[in-house]
Ligand binder design. Structure first.
Ligand code: 2P0
Length: 394
């Protein structure tokens, strides 16, 4: 039996992907750009084993056996095996070729609750593709395959700041992720995830974007005339570490994405009353300082992702606690990077004054940009036992 274990990160888009031009190959109608989050706080771990003894391909997700026949999973398996055959064609029988004929067992877990509504498909498919590539000894460009698992997964194949170039070809060979800057480029950047609700989202991304493509004129305008310019501006703001430009553009792009959801017919609502309060809190905070010190972004759910700089974290967390007094349910309100108490000047307090909404934010994860997928260092932490079955079940 050959076994490999790797981990992969979550990413948050600051220029959003919403809408496909090809459903089967997962080709987008616009390019997008994201920040890869640090795996110390959020990651997927995947173990893959291949053995002559296995009679079928099998998969376990977060401790429960899942259907391996899922079409997108099958696309990834098929494509990576195809690539392995092609790239290793001339290498002869070096051990990799032999295991290509074996069935695989796949076991994957997230270190964050799926119920938190955080995008798990991006980290999940990135991790699957990266781990399979290591198993079969495939090097080089893999984002094209991760993309076929889930669009946003291609951006989780790199660390730091990553663009997914939409490409032009019909076969998708040029629809790839590229690193814009590595995670070390902007060391002061911090990301706070304000987990707003445990509700399951009403409309999944795949179905939601399909309806948006069919019905929203705003989405068409966005893809054709807004995003191309914004991509260039966003890349420039990152290169310059210009938080004012980066933050403004991040908020505007999140807002436009949610406007296209509202422009979809029937409309899709991902933001809730907590999200709206976060938006208002951020704008009041920035207005008090007369500059963009904090920026929000929302995906297909009500959780807020906050971008800010290290020097602002302590004070802003105090503001969050004022607006959303933590409800003690035994769990800590703050997870991740350390936060220290900070005084809130009276003038600032009045500026951000709001009706407190107790428990509106369940907890906050503090993190920073991080690296792309990596092989697991501590081999004792792998997920499949010597019998090829999960060490732990749900
Ligand atoms: C993004 N989202 O750019 C956008 C912003 C949600 C809002 O990518 O159908 O799970 O698997 O390609 O990647 C969520 O969509 O959709 C997403 P599929 P995916 O991060």
């Amino acid at each position: 039996m050959k076994k490999v274990t790797c981990t992969a990160p979550v990413n948050i888009a600051v220029i959003k992907y919403w809408g496909k031009r090809d459903e089967a190959l997962i080709l987008p109608i616009n390019s997008s750009l994201s920040v890869t989050l640090h795996q110390d706080q959020l990651k997927t771990t995947t173990s893959v084993a291949a053995s002559r003894e296995f009679t079928e391909d099998r998969m376990w997700l977060n401790g429960k056996e899942d259907d391996i026949r899922h079409p997108r999973l099958q696309s990834c398996l098929r494509e990576i095996r195809r690539l392995a055959r092609k790239r290793r064609g001339d290498a002869g029988d070096d051990g990799f070729s032999r295991i290509l004929g074996y069935k695989v067992h796949i076991c994957s877990v997230n270190n964050f609750p799926t119920a938190a509504g955080l995008a798990s498909s991006a980290a999940g498919y990135a991790c699957l593709v990266y781990t399979l590539a290591k198993l079969y000894g495939v090097e080089g460009e893999l984002s094209e395959i991760a993309r076929q698992g889930s669009g946003s997964a291609c951006r989780s194949m790199y660390g730091g700041f990553v663009q997914w170039v939409m490409g032009e070809r019909e076969d998708g060979k040029d629809s790839l992720a590229q690193q814009v800057e590595p995670e070390t480029h902007w060391p002061e950047l911090r990301i706070l995830i304000l987990v707003a609700s445990a509700e399951k989202k009403h409309v999944g991304s795949t179905a939601g974007m399909q309806t948006s493509v069919q019905t929203s004129p705003l989405l068409k305008l966005r893809a054709q005339s807004v995003v191309p310019e914004r991509m260039a501006e966003m890349i420039e703001s990152i290169r310059q570490r210009d938080f004012e430009a980066f933050g403004q553009l991040t908020m505007k792009d999140s807002n436009q994405f949610h406007a296209t959801c509202l422009d979809t017919y029937p409309p899709i609502f991902y933001l809730n009353h907590v999200s709206q309060r976060v938006i208002s809190m951020v704008h009041r905070y920035n207005a008090h300082y007369g500059q963009t010190k904090v920026a929000y972004s929302f995906d297909a759910g009500p959780n807020a992702v906050i971008f800010t700089l290290e020097q602002t974290v302590n004070e802003f967390v105090e503001v969050v606690k004022r607006c959303f007094p933590p409800e003690s349910n035994g769990d800590p309100f703050l997870k991740g990077l350390p936060v220290s108490p900070a005084p809130l000047p009276q003038k600032l307090l009045s500026a951000v004054e709001c009706d407190p909404c107790p428990g509106g934010v369940r907890y906050t994860i503090v993190t920073q940009p991080g690296p792309g997928p990596v092989p697991l260092q501590d081999l004792n932490l792998d997920l499949l036992g010597s019998d090829g079955l999960p060490k732990q079940s749900a």
